[in-house]
Design a protein around this ligand. Structure first.
Ligand code: TXA
Ligand code: MG
Length: 314
């Protein structure tokens, strides 16, 4: 794929918005760092983000809105969330809030949590792009996993050239480090990641924030969190022979009758897009255990298997 470099003009924005609406990935400037953006309401687009970033697991993603009103359809704003949004948005603050049950948002952005991280970036191009696309944009930092966060279009192209459909060039990011992430979804507000907005300014409103890395009682990082969705039924992996009582999750062609198929064509991006919906569906079905066929340990299969292992052991 050739990565189109889009100018910060009305035409460039329109083209970027068209790509987002079509489910393609576009890197976009924000005031903190460049984001690797895709339509947050589209499972396949979100799966492509994980694929492009080459992460070995599904870390949940930040959903970016053009304004707070756009995000109200997806998460519950508590009074404290309203105060912080009023004080610091648009800006380098990400709020983790309870996901609304009927939120028309990809399950993959939450990576199995019952929360969503949301923010309104303080960048005219980002806001215009989201507004023109008419949908929220999910975006991790626009770099390959384990490489440094990008603050110019050139940085983005160093690792993602050819892996994304376009990049909206907005020059250098003024803040240069990622947003501060604050979790307001539990009784005790917690600082999950220090970032571009100073914690003291937030604490002037919230009072002292819990620091998970210093305080064993505070909510832990998403990968470890108990609130990560896990089916109630036992989950078996790499199963090749099944009992009548099994709810079968299949990958690829020749699925047994009644199996839930992650991807009939054996496409790992499609499988990632379907993963959380299928786990929920399996949990609601009649049967004793969930049995999953082998899934290749390559590309997105690595993150899918990581997630299934967590489901199997929790
Ligand atoms: O400045 C930024 O935040 C940039 C720009 C593009 O907005 N984005 C960014 O995204 O840094 P990313 O994916 O690299 O980092 C998102 C952070 C991760 O630490 C992730 O674990 C946390 O936010 N996060 C996302 N959703 C979460 C959730 N539902 N619960 C807890 N933490 C969450
Ligand atoms: Mg990052």
């Amino acid at each position: 794929m050739e990565t189109r470099r889009l100018a910060p003009t009305p035409e460039g924005i329109a083209e970027a918005a068209e790509l987002i609406r079509a489910g393609a990935l576009v890197a976009l400037p924000t005031e903190t760092v460049y984001g690797l953006g895709g339509d947050a309401t589209n499972d396949a687009a979100v799966a492509k983000i994980y694929e492009a970033k080459q992460r070995p697991d599904f870390n949940p993603l930040i959903v970016h809105g053009a304004d707070k009103a756009m995000l109200e359809a997806f998460v519950e704003f508590t009074p404290l969330a309203n105060e912080l949004a009023q004080a610091f948005w648009p800006g380098a603050l990400t709020l983790v809030l309870k996901r609304k049950a009927d939120a028309p948002l990809s399950l993959l952005v939450s990576a199995g949590l019952d929360t969503v991280a949301v923010r309104v970036p303080d960048h005219p191009l980002a806001q215009k792009l989201i507004e023109t696309a008419g949908r929220p944009i999910a975006a991790p930092s626009a770099n390959l996993s384990t490489t440094i966060s990008p603050t110019t279009a050139e940085h983005v192209l160093e690792t993602l050239n050819g892996r994304i459909a376009g990049i909206l060039d907005g020059g250098a990011c003024k803040v240069g480090i990622e947003s501060t992430v604050v979790d307001l979804s539990t009784d005790r507000p917690a600082l999950l990641r220090p970032g571009g907005l100073e914690a003291e300014r937030i604490e002037a409103i919230t009072g002292p924030l819990a620091r998970p890395e210093k305080d064993p009682e505070a909510p832990r990082s998403p990968g470890m969190m108990a609130r990560h969705y896990a089916p109630n039924k036992p989950v078996g992996l790499n199963i090749i022979s099944f009992s009548d009582q099994d709810i079968i999750i299949w990958f690829g062609e020749d699925a047994p009758k009644n199996a839930l198929n992650l991807s009939p064509t054996g496409d790992l991006v499609e499988a990632a897009a379907n993963l959380f919906a299928i786990l929920h569906q399996a949990d609601r079905m009649e049967g004793q255990a969930i049995a999953v066929t082998p899934i290749p340990e390559t590309g997105l299969g690595i993150a899918i298997n990581d997630r299934l292992k967590r489901a199997a052991t929790s």
